[in-house]
Design a protein around this ligand. Structure first.
Ligand code: SAM
Length: 317
């Protein structure tokens, strides 16, 4: 309960994340036909923000595809767990493409109950739910063989979330990707570190992907943290993991076999020329320097482990 005040602001970040994703998708950077269904009031973001959302989307989707392809090539089932899922649409995007065997989302009950209601009220989303879906916990949870939504607090990951994940059918002997975008940064590192270590201990074949803020010390970083503070938000782990190398070391020291981290600016520089030409045609970006500055302050970090060398080779490449 001591966190209740800050939690209200943390939950509100979900609306902001969905509006940004919706803006980039509507501008044509990537296709996400589902995100507008979760946005109360759409807003157009600046070209710099749209490009950042695009690099984040592409970076995360590439890692997910790499994970799923490897499982398929090794003839293995696969599971995805989204931690702090908010309005994440990955389940629906994969449903129309190549879906994992099981997909689970976890967020606070205030967020999951709104999502469950939308899933049932919107005919397009409802048509993509597995047959025989059941709801529970006053409408805050959804259960089925393929898609589950759980309500809970990630700070109680080991004591509350893990037992319920296993109860609802998530297996610890199936390769599992844990995805967390802009979530762990809001947790005190004592909780997020324990969560990362606990996944490593309980899922021997696993992939962990995060999107987080870094570089709090330069002028832009100070502005970013002050701006969030004015909205009642603290980036709790940014001082402990302030750059790409400390992000990478974090996973290695918490039990993971391999880890890598790239900034959004770096991912942007690695885009194929044809893709840069395509997005340049969508809207004019004359503030490339400003974009790079922003992109240096966000990163995607991924780590993995398995005793199966075949799958490790696929995940590494
Ligand atoms: N991952 C989604 C995305 O990228 O669109 C939502 C991101 S939003 C910035 C952060 C989400 O994490 C919110 O939905 C918030 O409620 C959730 N969250 C933060 N701390 C949490 C906690 N301790 N337990 C459960 N959910 C949490």
């Amino acid at each position: 309960m001591e966190y209740a005040g800050e939690d209200v602001h943390i939950r509100a970040t979900n609306d902001d994340a969905a509006v940004s994703r919706c803006s980039a998708s509507k501008a044509g950077y990537f296709a996400d036909p589902f995100i507008p269904l979760f946005v109360k009031r759409a807003e157009r973001r600046s070209p710099v923000i749209n490009r950042g959302s695009y690099c984040r989307f592409i970076g995360i989707q590439n890692v997910i595809q790499q994970f799923l392809r490897a499982c398929k090539q090794c003839d293995l089932s696969s599971q995805i767990v989204v931690l702090g899922s908010g309005s994440d649409t990955t389940y629906f995007l994969l449903k129309t493409d190549y879906a994992p065997t099981r997909f689970v989302e976890i967020d606070f009950p205030e967020i999951t109950s709104v999502k469950c209601m939308k899933l049932h009220r919107n005919s397009r989303l409802r048509s993509l739910l597995p047959e025989g879906c059941q709801t529970g916990r006053g409408g805050a949870e959804l259960y089925s063989d393929q898609y589950t939504i759980l309500a809970g607090d990630l700070r109680q990951f080991e004591s509350d979330i893990v037992p319920r994940l296993l109860e609802t059918g998530l297996r610890s002997d199936v390769p599992t990707l844990f995805l967390s975008e802009c979530v762990l940064i809001y947790l005190d590192p004592q909780f997020s570190d324990r969560l990362i270590a606990s996944v490593s201990q309980q899922w021997p074949s696993a992939f962990f992907v995060t999107y987080e803020q870094i570089q709090p010390h330069d002028a832009f970083g100070q502005m970013m943290t002050q701006n969030l503070q004015s909205r009642g938000l603290q980036l709790h782990s940014i001082a402990t993991y302030p750059d790409l190398e400390s992000q990478r070391q974090r996973y290695l020291s918490l039990g993971w076999q391999q880890a890598n981290s790239k900034s959004i600016a770096q991912l942007h520089r690695e885009l194929p020329v044809s893709e840069i030409q395509r997005i340049n045609r969508l809207e004019f970006l004359d503030e490339l320097e400003e974009f790079n500055l922003l992109g240096d302050h966000y990163c995607i970090t991924w780590s993995f482990q398995s005793s199966n060398s075949q799958i490790i080779n696929h995940w590494r490449n």
